[in-house]
Structure formats: C-alpha cells, structure tokens
Design a protein around this ligand. Structure first.
Ligand code: GLA
Ligand code: ZN
Length: 680
C-alpha cells in the first residue's frame, strides 16, 4: 500500500503557501477539504526561504503549514526543496552552476540549475533533507517524502569531467580497455592519459545532442549522467531513511514518462514508490498516455504507482494551452487508476499570482471560489475517490504479453549514425503498444531485468544493443515455449556499441534463425510491400512497409512473408523460427500498423490470449485490475458520444453508480464504468 495512514486512492497536489500571505492559508485549506483533497505536496521550491544563508535555517513557516494540515486531518507529501538552489549559493560557490551542452557556464536563474556532481550542491541538499527529516520525523501530517522535483539536468563542467574520468577508471580499469571499448583507433582518438578525455558535447564529439562522432563515449556519458543525478537523489534518500526508515520516499518522473536522459528502470530500484507527471496535450493519443502508465507500472514489476502531477485544466508551457474539456480530467484520472495508479495528484492546488506558471491550471483559481467548473470537477472526483475507499488499492494488472523497453538501447539506437534518421526508438515501441491497446489486450512494459517466465509473448522492438547475456534470457524464454517477436535492426552491437561480427543479428542469429546481410534505408517518400503466404498464417494479405528493409537469409527459420519490390523482391521479410518449444519471429522491415495488429492477434490466438472486450470501437479503453478476491474491469469512453458495451448476461457491480448491471450498457461521453466481480 502506498500508505497505511491513508488507505484510499490518495488525492491532492502541489501547494505553494510560501507564495501567499499566511492569512490566506486557512481559506485554502477549507477549499481543499471541500474538494475532498487529503494530501498537499509542499516545500517543493522553497530552498531560498528555508535557508536564507549558508548557516541559517528557517522552517517556522513550514511548521505552521504542517500543523494546519494535521489539524484538518490532511497529510503532506513533503518535498525537500532541492530542485532549485538559492542565489546566495550560486554567488558564493559558482561550482554549483552547471555548464550546458554548448559549453556555456550558467549564471543563477531558473530551476534544476545545479551541477549534479557539485560537492557543494550534494552537501547542502543532503543536509536539507536531513534537517527536514529530523524536524518532521514524528509529525502527524508526514505521509510521504518527495525528493527534489522532476530531476532534469545537463552538465559538462570540469567537476563532471573529473568525475567522469573516475567513473571510466572504475568501469574499464585501464586506458587500453577503454580504447578498445570506444574503438578509438577511429579518427585518431587513442587516449594515453585519462586527463585527455573530455565530456562529449558540441565542443567535442557532437554535432547535435543526438549526433555524435563517438557513440562509445556518448553512451558512457549518458550512463554516467543518469547515475550522477541518481546519486544526488540517493544522498537525500539515505539522509532521510537514516531518520525516518519507515516513511516511504519518492520523486516524480518527468512529464514525458519516457524521459530520455534518465534511466528510470535503474532509478526505480531506489524508489519506494514510483510517481510520474502526466501532461498530455489536447491531441495526445490516448494510447500514448496509456503506454506511459504501463511503463510506470512496469517500473517495480506491477506495484501501484502515483500520478504526482497532472493539471486539472490547462498547462502554461505548451504553445496552445487548451483547457481540459468537461469530464476529461476525471476520465484521465480513472485511466491512471485503471492502469495501476493508487494516487492522483495535481499540479497545482492553487494558481500562482506571478512567475511563468501563473496561468497553469489549478484546483483553486486566482479567484478563490468553489464556483468554478474546474473546482467542481475536482471536488466531484474527490468525493468519488473517498467513496471508493480502499477497494482498489494494491490490486494488480495482469498481462501475458510484454514489450521490452531499455534506456541504454534507446540511447544507442539514436546515437547511431545510419541507417536512417527516421528511426526513433520510442515510436517503434509505441507502435507495438498501440497494436495491443487497440485490440484490448493488456501488455506490460518490462526492463531487461524482468523475469520473462510469466509471459507468453515477448516483443523486443529494435533490440539494436543486446546487453551482456540477455540473449540467453531470450533463448530460455523461447525454448520453454514462449513467442519472441523481434524486429529489424536487432542484435547489431554490444554494450559498447561495437558491432558483433558474427553476422547480424549477432548473438540472436541462431535464436531467430536468420542472417541479415544488408539494411536498406528507404526515403520517406518510398515504400515496399510484403505479402503473407497463405500456408503460414491461414490468410494471404499484402501490407506496405517502409523506413528499413533488410535483406534476409533464412537459415533455420521459415519464411512467412516476402518483399514484393526491388532487388530483394521475393526475399524474406518476415520469418518464424521454431526453437525449443517456442517460436522466434523476425520482422525485417517496418510494416504498416495493420500488419502489427494482425500478427499480434494471430500470436495471441495461438496462445489463447483473449481481448478484454470484443467491441473494437475506437475510443473505448478497457483495463483490468485484480485483487485477491475480485476483478475490476474499467471501461473508459474517450469519445464525445455515447458508447455501448456488452457486459454479458451475468450481473456485475458497478462501483461508481453503486449498482448491479448487466447486458448492454451505455457509457456516456468521457464516462467511466468500474465493474467488480468476485474471483471464484
Ligand atoms: C512540472 C514540474 C512542476 C510544474 C509543472 C507545470 O511537472 O514538476 O513544478 O512546473 O511541470 O506543468
Ligand atoms: Zn557539472
């Protein structure tokens, strides 16, 4: 459970009372109570107030806020205030200021403004966390710790350079080994002294953030950077845990969910609860949001996670900050719950008067009244979540299909110069996700550490980099009867981005039963097509394909589909290799979405995996959570019109209307049904 003190889906958001006169605080809290809010995320950006100079700390204001929350039976998700350092610190210790990708030393300003390897930043952020933990360890309002805020950073300073060299010494032991791994014989890069190595940015190896002359060094810097930022988090985490070992600690992942610079699977190992910030635009496809939820659920093998931030209405930082239409905030909140979240929080509870976020949506508007549409929608949801109580808590989504997602592979694929700039890792993963999502088949998003034995089908999109030994895990999975679905541009390199010279797809060659001789990159205006042969899947069909067409020699694999054009016409485009009791599928090109959907369904049928809903109507989302005693099926209507779903003859209990239902049901526009059934 996220928290025993509050056995319900926790509901609240960021609140910055330090921006307001104290006389307004009571009224704010009354409005929170009216909205059914039970948690305020406080102290997020108040370092400069908490520590006006190097030796002075001032927490009186925070004491009052904590007391006021406790007086009303509310709780604090207590942040550590370290996401923006104070101006005095930058003036006295310029080393805390980071150096950007262009090599410019920053001056004081903005937030996320600290070098992650700065000893001064590390010392004072750790100390802040410790002081807060000591002060509030027994406070009744303390519910959770929230370290920093949405870690973002980028630094190429001399401190980082020195730390990077130490990190490299630990990783490689010798320069000889580093030179080998980085392939430095290329372009006269042989290093004879560790001091010769500088961080890879636009002043050294890069043309742009994604284009590098040396993928080896860039990959290592990406790893080093993610670990350096994580080390900042860990300094605070350990300081807090030393004082309050039983209070859970989190931080909020960036709104992108798939935030490239930080390897969130590595981070999740050090978080008690995973939390992320969900900021879709008005036109973000529903499946993109769902994918990110499933990624968050995958962070800790299916454990409940939290939405730390979503806007009740609009953002301020998009080019066009559209309002969330009536019902959308509620719908997206239930989407999170449907996919495994046990906490729904907002940014923000009260709109700022100044600064760049003064037009960002909030539960309480500039006119602090209960009369606004947004307040009323928030309050209605607050009442519903109260009424749901603890019934959904800790229930789990269950999937038999998994899609692999790997940050290091992502970095490597996109650092690769060639075969095509069109190849974007997250897009590829999303395509597979969409195919299952649109057919109401649940999937888990997994890391390379996840145990595969719980799945029937594993999809590894663009597994360009195969981490040391991962091929053995895949082989064991297929041998035992699993279906693996691999794609073009797989098995090409090892963890140092060195090509495996035993023929593509390298260490996956015997598992997939193919040798890939050449990779043809198609211009965006060009395409090919592939035809499935009737003997294989029981139907004959032609699909377009583009971006990459590989020239494949099936070895032990059989050909399932062939290309229709070009000099590789008639050559294998899709193959299946029987391996042990399972099958390894290889799709050597980028087919149209219909193909991915069709093959997904064929494989699921063979494994007896049934969709959660037969109705293929676009716009209806279905997800299921299981507790020990019950199954909860969520039906979410993302459409602007009524949808009809068929629940079948047996009665189920609908949790929001609190009544038994069966047969055909209307789900209103943006409406939600949560149907509960006992597990027999
Ligand atoms: C991020 C930050 C918040 C706030 C919101 C605005 O998620 O964590 O502090 O700036 O964006 O959308
Ligand atoms: Zn730095």
């Amino acid at each position: 459970m996220i928290n025993e003190k509050l056995p319900k889906i926790i509901y609240g958001g960021d609140y910055s009372p330090e921006q307001w006169p104290q006389e307004t605080w009571d009224n704010d809290m009354e409005l929170f109570a009216d909205a059914g809010i039970d948690v305020a995320t406080i102290n997020v950006f108040s370092w400069a107030i908490n520590q006006p100079d190097e030796d002075t700390y001032n927490f009186e204001w925070l004491d009052k806020v904590m007391d006021k929350l406790a007086d009303r039976g509310m709780y604090a998700c207590l942040a550590t205030s370290t996401a923006a350092h104070p101006a005095w610190m930058a003036k006295r210790y310029p080393e805390v200021l980071s150096v950007d990708f262009d090599g410019r030393k920053r001056k004081f300003g903005m937030r996320h403004n600290s070098c992650p390897n700065s000893p001064v930043y590390r010392k004072y952020s750790r100390l802040m966390a410790q002081k807060l933990a000591e002060r509030y360890r027994d406070h009744p309002a303390l519910l959770l710790w929230h370290i920093n805020n949405e870690y973002i950073s980028d630094c190429y300073c001399d401190t980082c350079a020195a730390e990077f060299r130490k990190w490299l010494q630990r990783r490689y032991g010798s320069l000889q080994e580093l030179n080998r791994a980085w392939y430095t014989a290329f372009w006269s890069h042989t290093f004879y002294d560790w001091d010769e190595i500088v961080p890879p940015n636009v002043q050294s190896e890069h043309w742009t953030p994604d284009k590098t002359a040396f993928p080896g060094i860039s990959l290592d810097y990406a790893r080093f950077h993610s670990e350096s930022v994580l080390a900042c988090y860990l300094e605070e985490y350990e300081a807090i845990k030393a004082v309050t070992p039983n209070v859970k600690v989190t931080t909020n992942y960036h709104g992108a969910g798939t935030y490239k610079p930080l390897d969130y699977f590595e981070w999740a190992k050090h978080m008690d609860i995973v939390a992320w910030d969900n900021y879709p635009s008005i036109d973000t496809p529903v499946s993109q949001i769902a994918f990110r939820h499933d990624l968050m659920r995958g962070m800790k093998d299916g454990a409940p996670y939290m939405i730390m931030e979503q806007t009740p209405s609009q953002q301020n930082w998009q080019p066009y900050n559209s309002l969330k239409r009536p019902g959308v905030m509620r719908l997206l909140s239930y989407q999170a719950v449907a996919r495994g979240a046990d906490g729904i929080l907002f940014f923000q509870l009260k709109k700022s008067r100044g600064g760049c976020e003064k037009f960002h949506g909030a539960v309480i508007d500039h006119l602090p009244t209960t009369e606004t549409r947004v307040f009323q929608e928030c309050a209605a949801l607050g009442q519903e979540l109260k009424q749901l109580g603890d019934i959904l808590l800790d229930s789990r989504v269950s999937a038999r299909v998994a899609i692999l997602f790997d940050w290091e592979n992502w970095w490597a694929v996109e650092y690769s110069s060639g075969p095509t700039q069109q190849l974007k890792y997250v897009n590829e993963v999303q395509k597979f996700y969409d195919a299952f999502f649109s057919q109401h088949i649940p999937v888990d998003i997994i890391s390379v550490d996840t145990d595969l034995t719980q799945y029937d089908i594993v999809i590894a999109p663009v597994l360009y980099m195969v981490k040391n030994g991962y091929e053995r895990k895949l082989k064991a999975f297929v041998e035992a009867g699993g279906f693996l679905w691999a794609t073009f541009f797989s098995g090409i390199v090892n963890e140092s981005d060195l090509v495996t010279t035993s023929g593509y797809p390298g260490v996956l060659r015997d598992l997939l039963g193919v040798w890939v001789e050449e990779l043809d990159a198609l211009r965006p205006e060009d395409s090919n097509s592939l035809t499935l042969h009737p003997g294989n899947l029981g139907f004959e069909r032609t699909y377009t394909c583009n971006m990459i067409c590989e020239v494949v020699h099936p070895e032990t694999a059989e050909t399932v589909a062939t290309y229709n054009k070009d000099f590789y016409r008639g050559g294998a485009a899709v193959t299946r290799n029987r391996y042990g009791s399972g099958e390894a599928w290889y799709v050597a090109t980028n087919p149209e979405q219909k193909f991915i959907k069709d093959l997904a369904l064929v494989l699921c049928e063979q494994k007896g995996i049934l969709p959660l809903l037969d109705n293929k109507e676009e716009g209806i989302e279905v997800s299921r959570r299981y507790s020990d005693s019950h199954v909860f099926t969520f039906y979410l209507n993302h459409l602007d019109e009524n949808a009809t779903i068929d629940l079948g003859a047996a009665e189920v209990f609908e949790l929001l209307q609190k009544k038994a239902v069966s047969g055909k049901q209307h789900v209103p526009p943006k409406g939600v049904l949560i149907c509960q059934q006992p597990i027999r």
